[in-house]
Design a protein around this ligand. Structure first.
Ligand code: GLU
Length: 442
């Protein structure tokens, strides 16, 4: 029997024709967020003179799982969703990182986010490694009951990998304290007893920490205030734009306004608004609670969503998703300072362009670390069964954030590095030290 390869036409006989090159070159694969994360690691490895084998190890996740999530929809049909949990590194402690419900989730994104969690935890010196999870779905398309079933099935699929000493999930885009309550309950049912420490970002009623909900925003603003002063800009005479009005952006806008910063432009996934005199944040929040969007807020002009990133302001806080500032728009950004509320909002290309233009960028692993810092406080409080006041939580958070800011600033100044490279070097060095002292098993 003759086997004919699928792409070979049946020959009429005679010598085989040499293989022909394809008429068009294969498309260049699009650069992913994981490429950018690996480039940041490579830059840090070069500065640190990291041994090649250690660099190779840190470029790869330690463990990853991809799970199928069959969902019985409210109408009785079955839909199959895809979820992931990636544990990048646990040299410094259990894996730590959020779970994202978003239509853009894929394995490479989760890998990048898990790597950034390793650096974030090391930089803020919380005793964890890095992990991340995600389910590919648009949560707006599902009822509360469906989201509960998705969460419980996802949790039971990743249950062998998580636990208070293994890997501790938390909220991220598209998930919240209710999601964490379902995860904690599902995991606890499997264990036969309540395990409070398996997730953080829980509701207060089941061991959550006061101050956790606003912690990422509070950390962003603490850093933004320090960074503005570093640039000789008094917060009370500064202007700001905030891209994204979800958990991080909304709190950041409110807390910036409370610090006297004039927040003149904000956006969400539906559109953007602008008021040169400064947006009335309490009124805007009431409008968002009533309508679900910043769009239609009466005391502002409507502008194009992407224009928020290009607003003429002192401070820009991108607080939504990855890659929003990239090679296409970085040269039009007019802010003097960018504080990354989101994870990975600048591509590596954008980073280079903005550095050449003298724009100061405070990287995500420092700027938005407030969430995981208070996750750590939640875990500490739960372990001690002793609860702090909200003021204590907030004070300790701001103290840690400002100390980390000063350390990164000093490290960057001493070595003439960008803040991102300095922060990544500090984090990678700490992970490397932990790895080195533990040694390689076996
Ligand atoms: N999802 C948040 C982040 O990206 C918090 C993670 C956590 O608290 O574990 O930092």
């Amino acid at each position: 029997m003759t086997v004919i390869a699928n792409d070979t036409p049946p020959s009429a006989g005679g010598p085989a024709a040499p293989p022909q090159p394809p008429s068009t070159p294969p498309p260049v694969p699009e650069r992913t967020v994981l490429d950018d994360a690996r480039e940041q690691l490579a830059d840090a490895a070069a500065v640190l003179g990291l041994p090649g084998d250690v660099h190779a190890m840190l470029a790869e996740p330690r463990r990853e799982v991809s799970v199928s999530i069959p969902l019985r929809r409210d109408d009785g049909t079955i839909e199959v969703l895809r979820g992931y949990r990636v544990q990048h590194n646990y040299s410094r402690g259990p894996g730590k990182g959020g779970v994202r419900f978003d239509a853009r989730v894929d394995l490479d994104e989760v890998r990048a986010l898990a790597m950034w969690m390793t650096w974030k935890c090391a930089l803020l010196d919380v005793p964890y490694g890095g992990a991340k999870g995600g389910v590919r779905l648009d949560p707006r398309r599902y009822s509360t009951g469906e989201l509960e079933r998705i969460t419980r099935r996802y949790t039971s699929e990743i249950a062998p990998l998580i636990g208070p000493h293994q890997d501790i999930p938390a909220p991220d885009i598209g998930t919240d304290e209710q999601t964490m309550a379902w995860m904690m309950d599902t995991y606890s049912v499997g264990q036969g007893h309540t395990v409070l420490g398996v997730v953080t970002g829980k509701p207060i009623a089941i061991g959550g920490s006061l101050g956790r909900a606003a912690s990422t925003s509070r950390g962003v603003v603490a850093i933004a205030v320090e960074a503005l002063r570093h640039l000789d800009i008094e917060p009370t005479s500064a202007t700001a734009a905030v891209q994204g009005f979800g958990k991080v952006g909304r709190g950041a806008a409110r807390l910036l306004a409370e610090q006297g910063v004039r927040v003149i432009a904000v956006s969400d996934m539906y559109g953007a608004i602008f008021n040169i005199g400064g947006l009335d944040l309490p009124a805007l929040e009431a409008h968002v609670d009533a309508t679900g969007s910043v769009v239609g807020f009466p005391e502002a002009l409507e502008i194009d969503g992407t224009d928020v990133l290009l607003a003429e302001v002192d401070l820009l806080v991108p607080a939504a998703v990855e890659g929003v500032i990239n090679a296409d728009n970085a040269c039009f950004v007019r802010a003097r300072l960018i504080v990354e509320g989101a994870n990975g909002p600048l591509t590596a290309d954008a980073d280079r362009i903005l550095a050449e233009r003298g724009v100061v960028v405070v990287p995500d692993i420092l700027a938005n670390a407030g969430g995981v810092v208070v996750s750590y406080f939640e875990w500490v409080q739960a372990n001690q069964a002793y609860w702090w006041t909200e003021d204590e939580v907030n004070e300790r958070l701001v103290d840690r954030m400002t100390r980390a800011w000063r350390d990164v600033l000093d490290y960057a100044a001493e070595r003439q590095l960008s803040l991102r490279l300095a922060a990544t070097c500090m984090a990678v060095e700490r992970v490397y030290r932990a790895h080195e002292v533990r040694g390689l098993y076996p």
